[in-house]
Structure formats: structure tokens, C-alpha cells
Design a protein around this ligand. Structure first.
Ligand code: ATP
Ligand code: MG
Length: 756
């Protein structure tokens, strides 16, 4: 073994090392949170490469592309840049890549479009309209979920339409036309040379089922297959990995049944049980030691998950220190919850000299982020939101991407509909409908109709449609000339007048949309310039963006030191020093929609377990006694989950006493007081030397970079200048000369200072 190998093997415990060194044959690790599963997978890949396995022949499937990126980086540190050649990514991104290569077998071309959820729903809406169905019964959302569910169970449109048994669960009585919609939807996607997200898995299964030589090729290409977060793979994903590893049987899966949180998406704990049946000679390794969290956190998590009936037997302990108790924060309202959590972060950060990035706020639904954003902004704490309205879901971004998609694939109907009248050229919905009908009549695509609009459509709108077609043709030429993604995208942004329209809009929103498009162009430039990009074509770029998951958001800027706000679902696999699990109220968490059966409630509890186990050093819970939901003020009960945590690990004093108030909140936990609008403090008629009247909305700033010479304002002492800084252990002190008050030595972890 090389010196290097020795190094990382020494950082593993015995069962972890055994897993890393395991040679050929199936391997499964089912173990609790923080026990090093991902770490084992990472070092196992590094080890295989060191032993001489070609990185091109290792396939590693992760939950987000970001997770893949981090794992790759870690492996690169051990084995060098060869790590770049590993096939690594989410199921969707890896198999989209394979589908591009093999597209022709399925009747697609290799530059097929990928429809995102919005595209799919928009297509479904038009089908529902064409069928003249009641869109209150056939909600696009619900229909989409039904179709998605069917695809993930590998039920084709034909099977679905012909088999009443399959439909029975889908309350088919209410939506009798579901089968017909599904069939038409699939047909239209195919015509558009487009696949939706579920197709990427569904079609891979078809590919491997119907083309044994293709399957053979990939079975022999990949010598080793690895799957992280195995508990959340759905049937469709599981079958793909099983088929791929059928020849060599070198499959290594790691997961935790207690963290299965996507049952609603077709993921199934059964996979774990099936794995043992499908690979009876599987080697199973247990990891029982948690390295991530304090014993308080590990024990609290264990006390919660013990209540679930459906779970595999396993233990988790830790040798880590006990750490502090779990704070429980009670707030009067959702806004106050935001302020209390932000203040707690602020104080903890100052007292312990931490960074913003040490903190995460985890919630059940994206809509909860607002109150935390506001409060963090007031305290000057930088944050980033993962998920929610993602960068790539913004209209201006989708508009430009719509152009780029259509230039690559003129059959892409959803892209066509998006851009045909953008910027406005007098082509209304009526005309689009006419193009639609004509295309169906003539058995042609939108593009053929649009390119010959004078003939097919005639009338006043024919000319602008043909001008649009000419514009698209001029862009297509750029692809033929071999221009790269950036050259084409920046040319399109300029000449389509998309940028100009945004530039001319001088509102704040307009400006930010303009910047977003610039940011997208920057991103494309980065893609083209990156050493890792082999194929710099527009089509390759589109592929890379269409598969980003919510957790793969671009960072707003290079500054990584931010508090993270995200849903618990997207926090899977991650860890943070300090974690706040917020909104612990009945009907919110557990969600109202998950209270119908024991299975559902257990899934919510697993989600709670995932949330708790993200924390390393310090965990806090919070809930509000009232909150605005769907525009109404609602009184809330604390979540049953709070009561399920073993009390020995909870610190409820904050709950009883309320917290040290921020000056802005008025310090009341009474929700009536909190709803009264706050007035700025009236200037009081007292000499400045005794009591300073701070400006109306006194916001303490982050003092981690405070230095001598800085001008500051203090809550009580008023204005002053920092004379010198003093660091005593972790305590940071500032000596400040205040006007009319004199010199004061302030402990920065407590002082409420504003830097001017
Ligand atoms: P999850 O179930 O949440 O995905 P996991 O089982 O994948 O967790 P890892 O993320 O791999 O756990 O590891 C948790 C933390 O413990 C990481 O910071 C990791 O570096 C650390 N760790 C794991 N094993 C060891 C070890 N033997 N020695 C020191 N640190 C370790
Ligand atoms: Mg992990």
C-alpha cells in the first residue's frame, strides 16, 4: 500500500476500513446518521483508483450534484486529477448523459430537450384544455404527480390506460381520462424530442430492457457501481443499478432506513430489504459510531426515532463530548420566531467567535424562510437560501434558456411557446393556438408551420412569425459554425433584444432581472472556460443546467460565509456546527398532509430525525404560537415531535423566560404586543452622557472585523471611536472612547454596537 493510502486508512475505524478495503462483490452499509457512510464511499473510490481501477469505469450516484462535486474534490485530494474521470452525479444527470449517447435507439436525437416541471405542467394544461376537461377536476399539478408516480413505478402510458387495477389507487373514478392524458402527454413529449425528469429514469430502463447490447456495453464499462443515500432510490433507480451491476456484481450501497424521506416520490425502504434478496451473498457492514454530533444530539435523535415501528434494528453511539442542551425557543408569532432565531445566531456567533457558515436554519416548507430572512438582514448577517425560487426558475433566466433550447431543438414546443412572442412581436395566444391546430392537422411540428407562416397561417401575423423563424435560423448557423455555448448565448441575449428590454426597465426588479441574465452569461462563460468541460457546445451546457437540483444553486457571490436556510429535505447528508430546526408546530411539522396514516407520520418523524442529526455541536428548536398561513392568522400548538424528544436533553429555560430581546423586537414574547406596530423610540430629554437615544431602528452590526479607528454607535453610550482592540482567549474586547462619556471597555460578544 502506498504511503497515501496508509494516511486515510488511519482516519477510519475498524468496520469503516473493512468497507473501504472490501474487494469484489456486493456490499451494503446501513447505518445511522453521521456514522461515516459517505466518508467510506469516498475513500473506497479513492482506494479502488489507487489499486488500479480506471476512474472511467467507476460509477458513483449521489443525491445532489453538489454532493458529487464535494466527493470528487475529496478523492482528487487523495489520488490527483484522475478523479475527474469518475462517472459521478445524480441518477438524473448520469443517465441523461447516457441517454444522449444512446438516444437514437429510442427514436430521439442526442440533443433532446429536458422538460422541467413547469414545462410538463404547461403541456398538461394545454392537453387538458384541448380535451375540454374541467381543470378543477383535472388539476395540472395532480395529473403531473399521477403520471410521475406511474413512471417511477415503470408503468407505461399504455399499461396505465388499459389496466383499471393500476388506476384504482389513483381515484380514477374522479379522473376517468387520466390514461388518455398520460398517453397524449407522452406522445407530445416524444414529438417535441423532449424528456421530462421521470423519463430520464423511465427511458433508461426501457433502453436497458429493449437493447441488450447497450446494456451489455454499460455493464462492462462500469466495473464498480456505488450508491449513496440508497434508502431514497425509487424502484426505477434501483432497477437501473441492479441491471448495471448484474454482470460484475460489484455494487456498493450505503444508506439509512431511518432517513428515508422520499416515500412520497416513490422511494422505498423496501429497496434495502430487496437488496438482500437480489444479492444473497451481500456483505453487510454495520457502522455504529457517530462522529458528527455531541452525545446530547445523538441521544435525542435516538429517543425520537425509537418511536417508529417500521425500522431496521441498529445502534448508534458516540464518543463525542456531551455538549450543551438543546434550546427550545418559543415565540409569539412567526415574525418573532425569525427575530429570536436571528438574535440567537448573532449572540452565539459573537460569544464563540463563529462564522456565519457555521449556522443553518432548517424548515419544513420553503414558505417559512421569509421571517428569518428579514431578521437576519436586520442584524447584518449574510445568508443564502437553498431551494425555494431557484435561480433557474426565474422568468428572465428561463426566457433566455428557452431561446437556447429552441435553437438546439426546434421540436421543443414548450420552449417555442415561451419565446414566440418574446420580446413582444404581436403574436398572441390566438395565433399560437392556430399554429398548434395547424401543426396537428398537417402532421407537422410548430417549427415547420412557423417557417412557412405565410402559407399555413396567413394574415397579419404571418410576417412577424416568419421574422422570428429567420432569427432562429441565423442562430442555428452559429451552431453549425462550431461556436461555443458562450458565444452563442451572449449573441442571442443581445440580438433577441431580451437584454435590452430588461435594461430599459429601470425599476429595481428590472435591474435585478438584468443582473440575473448577466449572471447566467457569466455562468456560461465559466462553463466554457472550465478545464473540466470537454464539450463546450450549447447543447452540452443546456444539459448541465437542466439537471441541477435545488441544492445546486449557484452561490450569490464568491463569499461562502453565509448562514444557510433550507428545507430539511434538501439538508440530507449535510452537517453544520449549529442547527436551528424551526416551525415545530402541529400541522406544519408534522405536516397536516402527513397525518392520515401511520406510514405518513413515521415518514415525518424520519424527517425530524434527519433535521436533528445535521447538527454537530449545538441544536435549537423553535416554534411560534401564531403564524400567518395562506393569508390568515392561525393559532398554533407546539409540535408533538417536541414532546417526543427525551426531556433530559432539552433546555426549556428560554421557553419560560423568553430571550434577551433584540432592541428592535421590543423584547416581548406576548403576541398581542408583537402585532402592534412598533414606533421608533421617541428622543428622550436626558443628557447624552447619561442615556443615549439611539436612532429609531437600532441595528447592532457584526463586529467580527472591528478595528481601532472605527466609528461606532452604542445603544446606551452613544457615539464613539475605537481606541484599541484586545483579544483575551476567545473574548474579544474593544476599548472605545465615547463622546461625553469617556473610555469604556466592551466585551464584544455582548455589546450592542453599530459600526458607522
Ligand atoms: P448521513 O447519514 O447524515 O449522510 P454519514 O453516515 O454519511 O451521515 P459522514 O457524513 O460520512 O456520515 O460523516 C459524518 C462526519 O463524521 C463527517 O464530518 C466525517 O468526516 C466524520 N467522520 C466519519 N468517520 C470518521 C472517523 N473514523 N474519524 C473521524 N471523523 C469521522
Ligand atoms: Mg452521508
Amino acid at each position: 500500500r502506498s504511503k497515501k493510502t496508509e494516511n486515510y486508512l488511519q482516519t477510519l475505524n475498524e468496520p469503516q476500513r473493512e468497507a473501504v478495503l472490501h474487494g469484489e462483490g456486493p456490499l451494503m452499509i446501513i447505518a445511522g446518521a453521521g456514522s461515516g457512510k459517505t466518508r467510506v464511499l469516498t475513500f473506497r473510490i479513492a482506494h479502488l483508483i489507487e489499486k488500479g481501477v480506471d476512474p472511467f469505469r467507476i460509477l458513483s450516484l449521489t443525491f445532489t450534484n453538489k454532493a458529487a462535486g464535494e466527493m470528487r474534490q475529496r478523492i482528487e485530494n487523495e489520488v490527483g486529477y484522475e478523479a475527474r474521470n469518475i462517472w459521478m452525479g445524480t441518477f438524473h444527470s448520469v443517465f441523461a448523459k447516457i441517454l444522449r449517447i444512446e438516444a437514437r435507439h429510442l427514436g430521439y436525437t442526442s440533443d433532446f430537450s429536458i422538460y422541467d416541471t413547469d414545462d410538463s405542467k404547461s403541456l398538461l394544461r394545454s392537453i387538458i384544455r384541448e380535451f375540454k376537461l374541467d381543470d378543477k377536476v383535472y388539476k395540472a399539478n395532480v395529473v403531473y404527480n399521477r403520471i410521475s408516480g406511474a413512471k417511477n413505478r415503470l408503468v407505461s402510458a399504455e399499461d396505465y390506460a388499459n389496466n383499471p387495477v393500476i388506476q384504482a389507487d389513483d381515484d380514477a373514478a374522479r379522473m376517468k381520462e387520466l390514461g388518455r392524458i398520460y398517453k397524449t402527454y407522452v406522445g407530445r413529449c416524444f414529438q417535441a424530442n423532449a424528456m421530462d425528469f421521470d423519463d430520464l429514469l423511465f427511458n433508461t430502463n426501457i433502453l436497458f430492457r429493449d437493447f441488450p447490447d447497450v446494456l451489455y456495453k454499460y455493464q462492462h464499462k462500469f466495473q464498480h457501481v456505488m450508491v449513496d443515500e440508497f434508502q431514497d432510490t425509487n424502484v426505477s433507480q434501483y432497477l437501473i443499478t441492479r441491471k448495471l451491476s448484474a454482470a460484475h456484481r460489484n455494487i456498493c450501497v450505503v444508506g439509512d432506513d431511518a432517513q428515508s424521506i422520499y416515500a412520497f416520490r416513490g422511494a422505498n425502504i423496501e429497496n434495502i430489504l430487496n437488496f438482500e434478496k437480489d444479492f444473497p451473498d451481500v456483505k453487510t457492514i454495520k457502522l455504529e459510531q457517530n462522529y458528527r454530533s455531541t452525545s446530547t444530539i445523538v441521544n435525542a435523535a435516538n429517543s425520537v426515532i425509537a418511536r417508529n415501528k417500521t425500522q431496521l434494528e441498529k445502534k448508534t453511539f458516540t464518543a463525542n463530548e456531551e455538549g450543551s442542551l438543546i434550546d427550545v425557543i418559543k415565540a409569539g408569532s412567526d415574525n418573532e420566531e425569525g427575530r429570536m432565531v436571528a438574535t440567537a445566531i448573532f449572540e452565539e456567533k459573537m460569544q464563540k467567535s463563529l462564522k456565519n457558515e457555521n449556522f443553518a436554519i432548517l424548515y419544513r416548507t420553503n414558505a417559512q424562510s421569509r421571517s428569518f430572512e428579514e431578521a437576519l438582514r436586520k442584524l447584518g448577517l449574510k445568508y443564502r437560501i437553498i431551494g425555494g425560487m431557484s435561480f433557474y426558475q426565474r422568468k428572465e433566466i428561463k426566457d433566455l434558456l428557452g431561446y437556447l433550447r429552441f435553437i438546439v431543438n426546434q421540436k421543443d414546443e414548450e420552449a417555442f411557446k415561451r419565446i414566440i412572442n418574446l420580446p413582444k412581436r404581436g403574436i398572441g395566444d390566438g395565433t399560437v393556438a392556430k399554429i398548434n391546430v395547424t401543426a396537428a392537422d398537417q402532421g407537422l411540428g410548430f417549427w415547420e408551420i412557423a417557417s412557412n407562416a405565410t402559407y399555413y397561417i396567413g394574415g397579419r401575423t404571418a410576417a412577424p412569425i416568419e421574422q422570428f423563424a429567420t432569427l432562429i435560423k441565423s442562430y442555428k448557423l452559429l451552431i453549425e459554425e462550431g461556436k461555443d455555448a458562450y458565444e452563442i448565448a451572449s449573441h442571442v441575449a443581445k440580438t433577441s433584444k431580451l437584454l435590452k428590454e430588461l435594461y430599459d426597465d429601470k425599476t429595481v426588479e428590472g435591474l435585478s432581472r438584468y443582473e440575473n441574465v448577466q449572471e447566467l452569461l457569466n455562468g456560461i462563460k465559466e462553463f466554457v472556460d472550465s478545464e473540466e468541460t470537454e464539450d463546450k457546445s450549447l447543447s452540452a451546457f443546456l444539459q448541465s443546467v437542466s439537471l441541477l437540483t435545488n441544492a445546486d444553486e449557484p452561490d450569490e457571490d464568491a463569499d461562502h460565509d453565509r448562514v444557510t436556510l433550507m428545507t430539511i429535505h434538501s439538508a440530507k447528508g449535510l452537517e453544520f456546527r449549529n442547527v436551528f430546526v424551526v416551525g415545530l408546530e402541529e400541522d406544519l411539522f408534522p405536516s397536516q398532509m402527513m397525518l392520515e396514516s401511520r406510514q405518513d407520520l413515521e415518514e415525518e418523524r424520519r424527517l425530524f430525525y434527519v433535521a436533528i442529526t445535521r447538527a454537530e455541536q449545538k441544536l435549537s428548536f423553535s416554534y411560534a404560537e401564531s403564524r400567518y398561513q395562506w393569508g390568515r392568522l392561525k393559532m398554533c400548538e407546539p409540535s408533538r415531535f417536541l414532546l417526543e424528544v427525551d426531556k433530559t436533553y432539552l433546555n426549556v429555560t428560554r421557553l419560560l423566560a423568553g430571550m434577551d430581546p433584540t432592541p428592535a423586537s421590543g423584547g416581548s414574547t406576548s403576541f398581542v404586543r408583537n402585532l402592534t406596530p412598533r414606533r421608533p423610540t421617541e428622543p428622550r430629554n436626558v443628557p447624552a452622557a447619561k442615556a443615549h437615544a439611539p436612532s429609531g431602528d437600532f441595528k447592532p452590526s457584526d463586529t467580527s472585523h472591528l478595528k481601532a479607528g472605527d466609528k461606532v454607535e452604542h445603544m446606551k453610550f452613544g457615539f464613539g471611536t475605537v481606541v484599541k482592540m484586545d483579544v483575551d482567549g476567545t473574548d474579544r474586547k474593544a476599548v472605545v472612547r465615547f463622546d461625553g462619556v469617556g473610555e469604556k471597555t466592551l466585551l464584544l460578544s455582548f455589546a450592542k454596537l453599530r459600526i458607522l
